[in-house]
Design a protein around this ligand. Structure first.
Ligand code: NAP
Ligand code: MG
Length: 479
């Protein structure tokens, strides 16, 4: 399929007419092309979004009518769930059931923010007799959204839905590796007759289209989800124009397992949280901190589960699909090579090439023990199905390990001791803490974001609307 970009209500090629090939990571077959958008194409999209924002047509849309548009999007997403899931799996490689879960999450984001569109409230503030003071939460204008390749549909939906609910107009740039479902969202908006320029999707490379968008003087907010490295670049670019940013970056999230927990549940979630999307998840539970008294037995249970997991192209709905690219695969292998020298690879660590996995880059889920907590293995985001294990003796030690990286996105705590759970939750440095669960099935309503290098600002939930609104105070004197 040869896709076009959606700009100002039209489906366009890149000004240069150049295209980028899109591949299925399961076998490296080509699935289509996208336009190679660059600065000039981004200019068109931002200008269209700016015009739309100030147009009388968009201004005339009532808040609850914006809600209807978003509800209709949710409905369309559910109607087209098979096609969306299929494309998400073709693009990202993830198991089909995980793509279906992403489709449902995308629909839920649109519904959630549809309901919020007419509930963005201000306050009245008592100042003095004869003065009425109140605040209004206004949209910020043109919001830019740069999203990563691992959850394009969910992440595209969550920030665009919130932004449109608040009355903004948007320009979305998906990763060039996984552009299709973002374009399908644009298609749905188009079919629903959204005002020209309210929604724009520009495809292209990060260093071209992405860089042009993040440094554009006519955007009013930038939401970036991706790596720390690129996060710093886009923040610098936005700073030139005093454009506020929301940064959702990586993680090195721990599951902390105490001997008194429900071990069955803990094993299941520890495994799931590092193998979902082949570990290519910002909030992956990539570190297992386990009480020393159960270390060996727990590691054995995780090992057994890892070895039971099925590996195959995502379309066959296995437990684990391919790694997105050869480059990403080699990066993961370089971490495993470190482990072979400095730690212990308990299971996995090798490429899986059986049957239809021959041409993709599939990795057996990998369990690594005896890891030095200060090593790169313990500190850096590996972004694959690779779990590193650290024993601890005391609660204090667990906390020190948990907080002992530059990241702070998510933490899982597994214990039956409610006081201990609260004590830890209180001192954990991460944006989300889950006690006796991990991820709560996506949690559309729960604010999500990072401490430390995992970023700042919050997506999801009502909280995200702060990103997409600005506050105006109005004071009226009366006699
Ligand atoms: P990435 O390389 O940082 O790319 C993210 C996005 O930025 C892509 O659309 C990319 O475009 C674009 N980009 C690249 N260079 C750019 C530049 N110079 N200026 C502007 N944009 C640029 O990250 P990724 O490899 O796609 O995703 C993996 C990372 O995202 C991991 O660190 C993961 O933890 C993080 N992540 C975080 C969250 C969260 O919510 N906290 C969620 C998912 C992923 P191209 O790919 O087209 O070049
Ligand atoms: Mg990329």
């Amino acid at each position: 399929m040869d896709w076009k970009m959606f700009i100002d209500g039209d489906w366009l090629e890149a000004e240069s007419k150049e295209t980028i090939l899109v591949y299925n990571p399961a076998d490296y077959s080509q699935t289509g092309t996208i336009p190679r958008g660059r600065g000039v194409d981004v200019d068109k999209a931002v200008l269209a979004a700016k015009r739309a924002f100030y147009s009388s047509a968009w201004r005339a849309v009532k808040p609850h009518e914006r809600g209807w548009l978003l509800y209709d999007m949710a409905k369309k997403i559910r109607e087209q769930k098979d096609e969306l899931a299929m494309w998400e799996t073709l693009d990202v490689g993830k198991p089909l059931k995980q793509s279906y879960a992403d489709v449902e999450a995308a629909a839920r984001y649109f519904e959630f923010y549809a309901g919020m569109a007419d509930k963005i409230l201000g306050e009245t503030i008592p100042v003095e007799p004869g003065l009425v003071d109140f605040t209004v939460r206004e949209p910020v204008g043109v919001t830019a959204h740069i999203i990563p390749w691992n959850y394009p549909l969910q992440i595209g939906a969550r920030s665009c839905a919130a932004s449109i609910a608040a009355g903004n107009t948007v320009v979305l740039k998906p990763a060039e590796d996984t552009p299709v479902t973002a374009l399908m969202l644009a298609q749905f908006f188009d079919e629903l007759g959204v005002e020209k320029g309210v929604v724009n999707v520009v495809t292209g490379y990060g260093h071209e289209a992405g860089a042009a968008l993040s440094g554009h003087k006519d955007i009013n907010h930038l939401t970036f989800t991706g790596s720390v490295e690129v996060g710093k670049m886009v923040m610098k670019a936005a700073a030139e124009n005093i454009v506020p940013v929301t940064l959702e970056l990586g993680g090195k999230s721990p599951n902390i397992v105490f001997a008194d927990c429900d071990l069955e549940q803990a094993v299941e979630w520890v495994v799931r949280s590092i193998t979902q999307n082949a570990g290519q998840t910002c909030s992956a539970g990539s570190r297992l901190l386990v009480e020393a008294s159960i270390h060996d037995a727990f590691v054995e249970r995780v090992k057994n589960k890892f070895e039971e997991l099925t590996i195959a192209p995502g379309a066959q709905d296995p437990d684990i699909g391919p790694i997105l690219t050869e480059k990403q695969f080699n990066r993961i292998i370089s971490f495993i090579d470190i482990a072979r020298n400095d730690a212990m690879v308990v299971t996995g660590g090798e490429r899986y090439t059986s049957g239809e996995c021959m041409n993709g880059f599939f990795l057996k889920p990998t369990l690594i023990t005896n890891v030095d907590p200060t090593s790169r293995l313990a500190q850096e985001e590996i972004f694959g199905p690779v779990l590193t294990v650290f024993p601890f003796e005391t609660e204090e030690e667990a906390l020190e390990l948990a907080n002992g990286t530059e990241y702070g996105l998510v933490t899982g705590i597994w214990t039956q001791n409610i006081s201990r759970a609260h004590r830890l939750a209180d001192q954990i440095q991460s944006g989300q803490v889950f006690i006796n669960n991990y991820g709560a099935g996506g949690g559309i309503q729960m604010p999500f974001g990072g401490y430390k290098q995992s970023g700042f600002g919050r997506e999801k939930g009502i909280e995200a609307l702060r990103n997409y609104t600005q506050l105006k105070n109005i004071a009226i004197k009366f006699q």
